[in-house]
Design a protein around this ligand. Structure first.
Ligand code: SF4
Length: 223
């Protein structure tokens, strides 16, 4: 792992068109954003998927991040009619009843808005790390995302959890207060819980599911 922005700068300089960074209130996103803003990108959009199910701590971090970096984080919301149908079908907690229900909720609140966020973009920068979970261990710093038809850049691909927090500390970057409450990974409120010190970093996400299912559909590769 290197904190150098040189490699990232080389990668983004080859991208022709608009670059987007997805910000999901995790320390990784803040580190990736800090790296990216040092690359002198002319056409950058920082966005978040406002699922309507986020912790209030994320809202606080949204404002702090905008102020700290002097940027605006664009919100992509789910379609109102789709949310109404979803809530009529699943109720408030139905996403926990089956994998099918959970995927349906993630599709309406995350995947469909993401497809709008990435439309017209040439590259998508994420804060993913290979060591986060078994679903991410084949991660590369640059990949082609066939689902969304653009380059996906993962500057933290080889970083450890400690690397991320050392970086945040070194540059005094804003941090989600949920980390101090035992959360190791941040997601929607109904689907994320605090974890024990020795639990896996993604153990608090969809904790009722098997590890191989713990993705929301944003980062699943086309087969
Ligand atoms: S993480 Fe949970 S609440 Fe959020 S979109 Fe997925 S199923 Fe719905």
């Amino acid at each position: 792992m290197s904190y150098s922005v040189n490699l990232l700068q080389q990668i983004v300089s080859k991208i022709d068109g608009k670059i987007a960074l997805s910000f999901s209130y995790q320390a990784e996103d803040t580190a990736a954003l800090h790296l990216l803003l040092q690359c002198g990108i002319k056409s950058l959009e920082v966005f978040t998927l406002d699922t309507g199910k986020l912790f209030h701590e994320c809202e606080k971090l949204h404002k702090e991040t905008e102020e700290f970096f002097g940027i605006s984080i664009k919100r992509y919301l789910p379609k109102i009619d789709d949310v109404k149908n979803l809530e009529n079908t699943l109720g408030a907690w139905g996403m926990r009843e089956s994998l099918k229900n959970r995927h349906l909720c993630c599709h309406v609140r995350k995947v469909e808005p993401l497809s709008r966020a990435l439309k017209g973009k040439s590259a998508w920068v994420t804060g993913l790390r290979a060591s986060q979970s078994i679903t991410r261990n084949a991660l590369r710093i640059v990949e082609y995302d066939e689902k969304f038809n653009l380059f996906k850049i993962n500057p933290l691909d080889s970083w450890s959890e400690a690397d991320v927090f050392n970086y945040i500390k070194e540059y005094n970057l804003p941090l989600n207060s949920l980390y101090s409450k035992g959360f190791k990974s941040i997601g929607c409120e109904p689907c994320t819980r605090a974890v024990g010190e020795n639990e896996d970093v993604r153990a608090g996400r969809w904790w009722w599911e098997n590890p191989e299912h713990k993705e929301c559909g944003l980062h699943i590769k086309e087969k």
